[in-house]
Every structure is written in structure tokens, then in C-alpha cells.
Design a protein around this ligand. Structure first.
Ligand SMILES: Cc1ncc(COP(=O)(O)O)c(C=O)c1O
Length: 473
């Protein structure tokens, strides 16, 4: 067979089996060996190429694993259908297309981006090094299904001090992101639960709860957060809220609405509130907003938060604080689940919290995001009253209301064509009826360097053909 004519280079750095694997793979892709053709036996090929049969075996098993050849018992190895291989080939241009598409975007106002310049790499590296050591061999085994106790202890005291959340470490469950914890909560609350979701709201909740439309009811949001009087008229039994900084409008749930929401929950045995406190660390004006969990007297609040904003979204560590009654049920139902957060990461984070670095990091980041927000506000003020800001009390995103004849989709597209990523409020809306037609844009500023904020916003306004107000020129 011609394809066997190639030489294996015994002194090369690439292992022999890999050279053989590459040689046969190329021969198949180039059509030098046809579909259905039988490969020589491992013994013959080993003799011919003067290598061990193990080398041939390694190469063949890799080719089988990737679907280039198949093994038929007692018959040998055969080249697989080229059609399937063609599919693999066809996918590549699409992937390249996607990559070049995002490459073209040079300003990203996504709300999920954080500041990466100020991450304490040295400290994190130090604690990672300390954690990965023979002294901690036990970390190679599975830990507690709810997450290791030491980290839950640090989280519980941090929550008490910073958010007034009252809980024992035993009530905390860790998960690799809010998105991993939420389905568990839904299963825990059972099939009877009917969910109220904020509208507009966090897309994850829309995806999760809207799978079953009868069981999820969009509740409108205004400048004071979710409209509880609307919730009261529905059959919802569980309300998902982001009270400290509504996602995505940025509204803060007013004190009246907070007590109204808690009273709603107390009216029936099976009612709960899921409080998602995802970015409460970053509040810039006034006193911290107390958590609903801290105000709750009747164990009706399931508190959720994450390290995605305070540290990094790629860490994938979030947690829920369950009321005592639910944690008992959780233990009964889910004790067979291993924790979804790697133990090494849990312990690096525990050290980071224990040493006081987490508190320091939060203080530093609060100042950085505050400065970024001030820069955003200062730049956008020049475009008042055409462009107005709201939701700027906390977090890393704000809402822009644009007084223009252009539609929201058009604004998003114009920005995209200028290489700028922004999201229209409508992308977060479940049912359109309650949302005014005026275009609103969600603008995340966490990931943009402070020096680049003015030019990035000016570029956005330019893309929309919005001029600075003459008083500010
Ligand atoms: C409302 C809300 N909840 C939670 C999160 C964090 O999710 P996760 O913990 O899965 O990263 C975000 C992230 O942007 C969010 O906007």
C-alpha cells in the first residue's frame, strides 16, 4: 500500500505512534486509502516499519477513537465512511467564522465581564501552590457533598458581616455556578412549585423556569424593583428576585416592596423567595441594602450568591443558603451528589478568605468599579438628555435609555457593525407587553479599562449618530 511508503523518523521528537497515526490519518483524508479498505494487520505493519506492535496498537486505537477507522472482531481494521469525515471537515470553516466574528469586536460592554487588570495573581498563585502539596493528599479524594466545611465556615461569617445573612455552615451548599445550583433548588421545591420571575430578568431564570410555561409567571419590574402587587394576583408560590441590583435594569427593591414581598411569602406554607444577591459586594451609594434573608423571620428565603463578580466568573463557585427545613430535605434527596466545585479550588479560596485577602480585594475592586462607573457617567452625561442612565447604584452594569427614533434592535446592530458589543433590554424580556417601546441598552463596564471608557462610549454614540449636547462641548 502506497501510504505505507512514508518513513517513520526514529530520532524525531514526535513519538512513533503519533507519526504513524498522522500518516494514516492524512492518507485517509487525502483519499489515498478508500472507504472500506482494510488496513494491514498490526503484526505485518510492525514488521514492515520495524517498530513494536504496541506502537501500531496505540496509533490504531487513536484512529478508532476519532472515527477514522473501525475495528471488526477477527477481521481487522477498516477505513470508515468518508461522509462522516466530511462532516468534520465542514465544521471547521464555521468555527473559524465564529472566531473571526468575535475577533472583530474590539469593545465589549457585556455585563458579565470583570476587571482583569487588578486580580491578585501573586497571592492566588501562592495559595494554589500551598494547597497543591503532599501534605494535602486527602484533597485528591472526594470531599463533603455540600462543599468542604472550612470554606462554608468562611462564607457563613463573611455573609453575616457583609450582608446580615444569618446561617450556619451546615445550611450552605456550594456549586459550580448559580446555573448549577438553581436546577437543584427547582428539584428540591418539587413539581407543585409555580415560579414568579422578574421581567425583564436574568436569562438563566427564563431558560430554567420557562421550560414549563404554565409553571413560570413573568412579573414586571419598575424603578423600585419587582412589582409585588402584581405577584400577589398570581398563583406563583416561589419568587426569584435580584433585590440588591435588579438584573438587568439595575433597580434596587424598595424597603416597602421588601416587606411586601416577605409578607407575601408568609401568607402560605409553601411560599419561598429565591434571593439572588449576585453583585451586592459592589454598592457605591448610600448604606448597604440589607439582604432579604437577614430580614426574614420565617425561614422563607433561599439566598444565592456567587464569586463570579467578586473574584472571577471562570472560578465557577457559587453557593446557596437553604432554610433549615429545606436543608434537611436536601440532605435526604441529594446526598449522593458529589460537590461540583474542585476541592483544590475550594481550599485556595478558603485560604484567600481566611487571610483577609478577600476583604481587601473587595475594597480595592469597589474603588476601581466606582471610578469606572464615574467615568461612564461623566462621559454619558455629555449625551444627555438624548441618553439617560439608570441603575447606577451598584454592580458593573447600567441601563441606558435612548431617546431616538431608532429601534432597539437597530441600535444593537449599528453597534455591532462598529465592532461594539451591547445588549438590548428586550433580550432579557419574557413578555413584551409591560416594557415601554423606548430603546434601552444594558451597558456592562466591568471589563473595560478606565482609560478606554471615554473613547469606547464616544465610539458607541458615534455608531448611533448621537451628538454631544452643545452645553457640554
Ligand atoms: C443575576 C445573576 N445571577 C447570577 C450570576 C452569576 O452566575 P454564575 O454563578 O453561574 O456565574 C450572574 C452573572 O452575571 C447574574 O447576572
Amino acid at each position: 500500500m502506497d501510504y505505507l511508503m512514508f518513513q517513520l523518523e526514529k530520532d524525531a521528537q514526535t513519538p512513533l505512534y503519533e507519526q504513524l497515526y498522522n500518516g494514516i490519518k492524512e492518507a485517509i483524508i487525502e483519499g489515498k486509502i478508500e472507504e472500506g479498505e482494510k488496513l494491514p494487520s498490526k503484526r505485518k505493519l510492525a514488521e514492515y516499519l520495524a517498530v513494536s506492535q504496541t506502537t501500531i496498537e496505540f496509533a490504531f486505537s487513536q484512529l478508532v477513537a476519532e472515527g477514522f477507522i473501525s475495528s471488526e472482531a477477527r477481521k481487522g481494521f477498516f477505513v470508515q465512511s468518508l461522509e462522516e469525515l466530511a462532516l468534520i471537515e465542514q465544521e471547521l470553516p464555521m468555527m473559524t467564522q465564529e472566531i473571526s466574528d468575535t475577533d472583530q469586536l474590539y469593545i465589549d460592554f457585556s455585563p458579565g465581564k470583570i476587571d482583569t487588570e487588578s486580580f491578585p495573581f501573586t497571592t492566588w498563585r501562592k495559595y494554589t501552590k500551598e494547597t497543591i502539596s503532599e501534605a494535602n493528599k486527602d484533597f485528591l479524594q472526594l470531599g463533603h457533598p455540600q462543599g468542604d466545611y472550612v470554606l462554608r465556615q468562611h462564607i457563613s461569617s463573611y455573609l453575616y458581616q457583609s450582608r446580615g445573612v444569618k446561617c450556619k455552615p451546615e445550611q450552605i451548599i456550594l456549586g459550580s455556578g448559580t446555573e448549577q445550583i438553581m436546577p437543584l433548588i427547582i428539584r428540591l421545591l418539587g413539581k407543585e412549585a409555580v415560579y414568579g420571575i422578574e421581567n425583564p430578568g436574568y436569562p438563566l431564570t427564563h431558560h430554567l423556569f420557562l421550560d414549563d410555561r404554565k409553571k413560570s409567571l413573568p412579573i414586571s419590574v419598575d424603578m423600585d424593583g419587582v412589582i409585588v402587587s402584581q405577584l400577589e394576583k398570581t398563583k406563583a408560590t416561589v419568587m426569584y428576585v435580584t433585590p440588591s441590583h435588579q438584573f438587568p435594569t439595575g433597580a434596587v427593591l424598595s424597603a416597602t416592596r421588601r416587606s411586601q414581598l416577605l409578607s407575601w411569602a408568609y401568607q402560605q406554607e409553601n411560599r419561598y423567595i429565591i434571593e439572588d444577591d449576585y453583585d451586592s459586594e459592589f454598592r457605591y451609594t448610600g448604606k448597604p441594602i440589607p439582604s432579604l434573608q437577614g430580614l426574614d423571620q420565617n425561614q422563607r428565603v433561599i439566598y444565592l450568591s456567587t464569586f463570579s463578580k467578586s473574584l472571577m466568573p471562570s472560578l465557577r463557585i457559587a453557593y446557596a443558603v437553604l432554610p433549615e427545613s429545606l436543608i434537611m430535605q436536601y440532605k435526604q434527596k441529594f446526598s449522593y451528589y458529589a460537590a461540583t466545585v474542585p476541592r483544590i479550588d475550594q481550599h485556595v479560596l478558603a485560604k484567600f478568605m481566611e487571610s483577609g485577602h478577600f476583604a481587601k480585594h473587595l475594597n480595592k475592586m469597589r474603588k476601581i468599579y466606582k471610578r469606572k462607573l464615574e467615568m461612564v457617567t461623566k462621559t454619558i452625561t455629555k449625551y444627555n438628555p438624548t441618553v439617560m442612565i439608570s441603575g447606577e447604584q451598584a454592580g458593573m452594569h447600567i441601563l441606558l435609555t435612548i431617546h431616538t427614533s431608532k429601534k432597539e434592535d437597530e441600535l444593537v446592530l449599528l453597534a455591532k457593525n462598529a465592532g461594539i458589543r451591547v445588549y438590548g433590554l428586550r433580550e432579557y424580556v419574557t413578555e413584551d407587553k409591560d416594557v415601554s417601546a423606548e430603546p434601552k441598552i444594558v451597558l456592562g463596564f466591568g471589563g473595560i479599562d478606565i482609560e478606554e471608557i471615554p473613547s469606547s462610549i464616544n465610539a458607541l454614540m458615534n455608531a448611533w449618530d448621537i451628538k454631544k449636547h452643545r452645553d457640554h462641548n
